[in-house]
Design a protein around this ligand. Structure first.
Ligand code: GDP
Length: 225
């Protein structure tokens, strides 16, 4: 079964441009903002990356950017982290939001971060789409659903990368993606069409081109003319 698929995949397809760069390739660091008020005024279309601490957000951003250390995880996840903004070749911005849900963070600080994330996704007028990084083995957790609830009703698109899929076999991977879709159908029945779920791995690069294609649709052509 697998072998047959592999053979089919080898035949060159007309849509396969061999060196088409992904939308995050060539991204450059712009600024780190410690609070929403410090963010630059809204100007270019912005894509935000969010996820629980340790879900694999930095690794996913780096994989999409084809870089090793564009985004980096805080060594001490309990510390306040900034929103890091990156500029893409075409002028759009990527906002790397602080990871949430780290167990050792005091309750009040956790609440402050959640309020901050909620404010960001509900008020950032240039935010064109949200990428949510979820550990494929754990699925959507309550804080992920809280964040989605703040954004999904706006009708703007969401891409869920079910990452670390390399740790699952193919059947488990399919099951993980299906479980996420089912949770979305239950939580947001009117908006499931605006959410795309992709089995992903920063390590094995599974789902990378598929994710590229979704992000390219959000921000338009990758390069300035
Ligand atoms: P962040 O806190 O969400 O930014 O998470 P990181 O990107 O720092 O990843 C957390 C841990 O998961 C690190 O040890 C990574 O090496 C590991 N990791 C991230 N993505 C993957 C993946 O796709 N596959 C595997 N096997 N490990 C991953």
């Amino acid at each position: 079964m697998e072998k047959k698929r592999a053979i089919v995949a080898e035949s060159p397809g007309p849509a396969q441009a061999p060196h088409a760069p992904g939308p995050l390739e060539g991204a450059t660091f712009v600024i780190g903002a410690a609070a929403a008020a410090q963010l630059p005024a809204p100007e270019a279309p912005e894509i935000a990356f969010a996820g629980r601490s340790n879900a694999g957000k930095s690794s996913a951003i780096n994989a999409l950017a084809r870089r090793t250390r564009l985004a980096y995880a805080s060594r001490t996840p309990g510390r306040t982290r900034e929103i890091n903004l990156f500029r893409l070749r075409g002028g759009a911005l990527v906002a790397d939001l602080p990871g949430y849900g780290y167990a050792a963070v005091p309750r009040a600080l956790k609440q402050a971060w959640q309020d901050f994330l909620w404010t960001y996704v509900t008020t950032r007028t240039t935010l064109v789409g949200l990428v949510l990084i979820v550990d494929a083995r754990h699925g959507l957790k309550p804080l992920d659903l809280d964040l989605l609830a703040a954004f999904v009703p706006s009708g703007r698109p969401v891409l869920i990368l079910a990452t670390k899929s390399d740790k699952l076999n193919q059947a488990e991977r399919r099951g993980a993606v299906a479980a996420i879709r089912e949770a979305l159908r239950t939580a947001f029945p009117a908006h499931v069409q605006s959410v795309t779920v992709i089995g992903f791995s920063a390590t094995s690069r599974l789902g990378l081109e598929e994710a590229d294609a979704v992000l390219a649709r959000w921000i338009g052509p990758a390069s300035k003319p």
